[in-house]
Design a protein around this ligand. Structure first.
Ligand code: SAM
Length: 418
């Protein structure tokens, strides 16, 4: 493919496949804003709202923290810190890192070599500076509101737009407003156009064909479909793992690992099979729990690891690759549920075989890039695939999003009208 064709295709899809020199890894650059914008007809995501950390003064996750002068002075007096010996768990983590490093370096090198892509990325991100319009009042804190005694009484009013069926007037829409209990009820956005929700003086953009359940973990079984044929072919899980960084920043509440054993992943999977994607942190204790207990208890087989390598708009890594507690990458484990040997043989989908590296400029803290387009060829079952995200903070067309704040990134402050 010519350079221009590649860029044109990237502009249309938000996915750029890079050809590394190492044959064991695929490397892909993703543009989350472009991918998300494909979900909307009347709105678009504001790049500076998505890439808020690339515009703001705060340091990026994974970047070494800038040392304060008092700390530096104290350090001088006490001379160099002695390198601490790694404990057995840390040694395993370090060995995993060393194993992943050639794949990561190779993927990054192929990005650095794609000069035309880098120029394009930095132009589209940096050229789109825009002051966020936070609207009137502060954002709704759904996590707090959902635990208040008032939660059962809160309603969201949704304005659905559908093309007018009477007459031939093109572009004429019929709007209909309906109110729904906001918490603990499954809400579907039917129709051909995105809908707008209103709740406590804030507006939310709801993609067509999306569905959400804003509820606590205790109500997660409400997601189990009444008929197995309404199960899901792609299940993405991004748990609120207990983690010092989240606790320190108080970004969202976390849950103990044992709780995730109770997620009804098997009952959510479609009988023709599901691809499961689980985001994990780099802590070895967690990795061991996931591989030895969690994935087997969910019935996940043939797992493969992918890496999400975080880069700045100029293509450089957001931090030193070897920094032990602040790796500039996160891992996602992928595997299959209900896909037996026969199904694999005659499958209408590609089987995951090897590790891959996904690169993108990160958005807000813990916000993950959208994966459906990248993974579509690996999803089993009928098409279009039915997809679900557990612990979601945003909505997508044809997806069900569950968590205690799935409308978080749907606030109009993240959008502008097309
Ligand atoms: N995937 C999301 C994204 O890309 O923006 C990030 C998910 S974040 C890692 C975990 C989410 O789980 C947070 O929104 C958090 O509020 C939510 N959560 C924490 N405790 C929960 C609970 N008890 N029930 C439901 N959701 C919970």
């Amino acid at each position: 493919m010519e350079v221009c064709d590649e860029l044109r295709s990237f502009e249309a899809t938000g996915v750029y496949r890079l050809n590394g020199t190492c044959t064991s890894a695929g490397a892909t650059y993703l543009d989350p804003v472009r991918l998300l914008n494909a979900s909307y007809q009347r709105f678009r995501i504001v790049p500076s709202a998505y890439y808020s950390r690339s515009f703001g003064p705060q340091h990026q996750e994974g970047e070494p923290e800038i040392e304060r002068p008092e700390k530096r002075r104290k350090r001088k007096r006490n001379q160099k810190p002695k390198p601490r010996e790694l404990n057995p768990m840390e040694r395993i983590a370090e060995a995993r890192h060393q194993e992943a490093k050639p794949l990561l370096l190779n993927a990054h090198e192929s990005l650095v070599k794609a000069k035309h892509l880098l120029e394009y990325i930095s132009k589209t991100i940096k050229g789109n500076e825009h002051t966020l319009d936070a609207g009137s009042g502060s954002e709704n804190n759904f996590v707090e509101l959902g635990t208040s005694w008032r939660a059962p009484f809160y309603e969201i009013t949704i304005c659905f737009r559908n093309p007018h069926v009477l007459g031939n007037e093109e572009g004429f829409f019929h709007a209909q407003k309906t109110s729904f209990p906001l918490f603990n009820s499954l809400i579907s956005v039917e129709g051909t156009d995105e809908a707008e929700g209103e709740f406590r003086n804030r507006r939310y953009i709801l993609p067509r064909g999306s569905c959400f359940l804003m509820a606590d973990f205790k109500r997660v079984r409400d997601l189990i479909p009444c008929s197995p044929n309404q199960g899901y072919n792609l299940i993405v899980v991004d748990p609120p793992w207990e983690n010092g960084c989240v606790r320190q920043k108080e970004v969202y509440p976390t849950l103990p690992n044992k709780n995730f054993l109770y997620l009804p992943v098997q009952q959510l999977a479609h009988p023709t099979g599901a691809l499961l994607v689980l985001w994990i942190t780099n802590r070895e204790k967690l990795r061991a729990f996931v591989e030895k207990k969690l994935l087997p208890s969910w019935g996940v087989e043939d797992s493969t690891v992918f890496y999400w390598l975080k880069v700045k708009p100029d293509g450089s890594l957001i931090g030193d690759l070897d920094l032990f507690h602040h790796r500039p990458y996160e891992c996602l484990l992928l595997g299959y549920i209900n896909v037996n040997a026969n199904a694999k043989k005659g499958s209408n989908f590609k089987l995951l075989e090897r590790s891959q590296v996904i690169m993108s400029v990160p958005g807000a803290h813990s916000r993950k890039p959208p994966l459906e387009k990248l993974l579509s060829e690996y999803i089993p079952g009928p098409k279009p695939s039915r997809c679900i995200e557990l612990f979601a903070r945003e909505l997508f067309p044809r997806w069900t999003s569950w968590g205690n704040e799935p409308l978080h990134f749907q606030d109009t402050m993240y959008f502008s009208e097309k």
